[in-house]
Design a protein around this ligand. Structure first.
Ligand code: ATP
Ligand code: MG
Ligand code: MG
Ligand code: MG
Length: 472
């Protein structure tokens, strides 16, 4: 069955409505009354009020399609077939009502029944926590998944610190040998770091309370929290190599081809650039639409870094001027059936993005002027090395990542004093560290959260927790 992403989303919502769920709207990406979270990063993140009992839902069965941002996956974007900074999570939830049995049976029915998605059941495998005999038994004896395709994995425990926690079970689709067939690859299994066994759905069975003293006690009411990645489902259903080759991204890539004059699919490096741009423009467009603005701290800093990162990748495609703003209407069109906001706020988003791009290009140009001064001075002095402190100044003041300086240096026949750069970087960190001891913890926190290399504060689906082993 070849379904459009839009149709997959609708099928999911319809399926769970047929199973007695009420649909919750997709909430804005900027969390509401939740200072613990930088961005909404999963379907459950917007439903915390039900999970912690502050609000009792009319119906304990809930279904949603939730836009999410995860900056902790940024290095994977375009490198793996399956990671984005902005993606949609489809989820069904039980607030103290149905539990493992229903969650597992319904997941299987949705995926394999030809009336819904209709996957070949032989291509699906599942993982469970090693001590979750209950889930193992349901998959094996009730659903009929053969034992060799039920994998027990230590990491299958969901824990966010204090609060509800429990084992989880993930469902993987085998995309076949062309996506990996090396029997010696230790990562080639469902749950390993590979793009063959694609994780499409995570079912979390929250059945314990993680107490303040780090003991675990059974919850009086057990909850279900699941998350399925729409982009990954589209990738599998549309039978394309990566999420980026689906109808959710291709129109953005086509427009980028038009702007750059380069072709997607011809060269690995440019393909990475096409993918990073397509990913980041969705994130930035939706975040601005939901009220975030580029700035030097917190959320705004994340947006600034994402936009600049995309602009830097665009240079690899030969794009030297503001262009991302031109992709906004495309993003709006792709998403408008379910998320009209980008379309509705298009003028505003375009204006903010264009201004931010222009500003970055100015900074880049200033940086380049400095770099060429340094180059001239060094050459005049008979050296062809850029001093480490200068490379660091470009990084620190003008946002030049060292790779960028390196590229320009290379063009000018120069090299970079890398140890000197590292040293300057360390000295800066040391200065920041001692300065930090004098600021209050709120400031420190927003500084940490603003660093895109750090995972955003995470409330959904964290992985491995050693304590989990003592629970069952
Ligand atoms: P992975 O192991 O592939 O990084 P995950 O285990 O971190 O995924 P979960 O936290 O379990 O992901 O999220 C639930 C579902 O949301 C995943 O099964 C996947 O389909 C989707 N998903 C998670 N992270 C991303 C992402 N960065 N980009 C696209 N989809 C994602
Ligand atoms: Mg992940
Ligand atoms: Mg995973
Ligand atoms: Mg998972």
């Amino acid at each position: 069955k070849n379904l459009k992403a839009e149709e997959i989303r609708q099928l999911y919502l319809d399926f769970f409505k047929e199973k007695g769920h009420d649909q919750e709207p997709s909430a804005p990406l900027v969390p509401f009354e939740d200072p613990s979270l930088l961005w909404i990063n999963s379907g459950v993140a917007t439903l915390k009020k039900y999970f912690d009992g502050r609000v009792i839902p009319k119906n304990p069965r809930i279904v949603n399609a939730q836009k999410s941002i995860r900056t902790n996956d940024i290095e994977n974007v375009g490198v793996t077939a399956r990671h984005h900074t902005f993606f949609e999570m489809l989820g069904n939830f039980s607030i103290g009502e149905y539990f493992k049995k229903e969650a597992i049976h319904w997941a299987w029915e949705f995926l394999t029944d030809p009336k819904w998605i209709g996957f070949d059941p032989e291509l699906l495998s599942v993982t469970v926590h090693p001590e979750d005999e209950e889930a193992y038994g349901i998959w094996l004896n009730e659903v009929g998944v053969p034992a060799e395709r039920i994998i027990r994995l230590e990491g299958n425990f969901w824990d966010i610190g204090e609060g509800p926690s429990g084992p989880n079970s993930e469902i993987f689709y085998d995309r076949g040998e062309s996506y990996g067939n090396d029997l010696n690859d230790p990562e080639l299994y469902p749950g390993g770091e590979n793009d063959r066994y694609l994780e499409i759905w995570n079912l979390v069975f929250s059945q314990f309370n993680h107490n303040a003293d780090h003991t675990y006690t059974p919850l009086p009411k057990q909850n279900i929290d699941t998350g399925m990645g729409l982009e990954r489902m589209a990738c599998v259903v549309q039978d394309v190599p990566t999420n980026f080759d689906t109808d959710l991204f291709m129109p953005i890539i086509r427009k980028t081809e038009e702007i750059s004059g380069k072709q997607y699919g011809e060269d690995k490096d440019s393909d990475l650039a096409f993918k990073v741009i397509a990913d980041h423009v969705r994130t930035v467009a939706f975040a601005i639409g939901d009220g975030a603005l580029p700035s030097n701290e917190g959320r705004g800093y994340v947006l600034r870094r994402l936009l600049r990162r995309a602009v830097r990748y665009a240079k690899k495609l030969g794009i030297e001027k503001p262009f991302m703003f031109q992709l906004v209407p495309i993003v709006g069109d792709i998403m408008k059936a379910f998320y009209p906001e980008v379309n509705e706020k298009e003028d505003f988003i375009v204006r903010v993005m264009k201004l931010e791009e222009e500003r970055f290009h100015e900074t880049l140009n200033e940086g380049l002027a400095i770099l060429s001064n340094v180059t001239d001075k060094q050459k005049a002095a008979g050296s062809n090395e850029i001093p480490g402190e200068e490379a660091f100044r470009l990084y620190d003041t003008y946002g030049f990542p060292i790779e960028l300086t390196e590229e320009y240096a290379e063009e000018a026949g120069m090299t970079i004093d890398h140890p000197g750069f590292e040293q300057a970087m360390m000295a800066q960190r040391e200065r920041a560290r001692s300065a930090r001891q004098n600021v209050n913890s709120m400031q420190t926190q927003s500084e940490v959260l603003g660093n895109i290399k750090e995972p955003s504060e995470f409330i959904g689906y964290t992985d491995t927790v050693a304590e989990a082993n003592v629970l069952f």
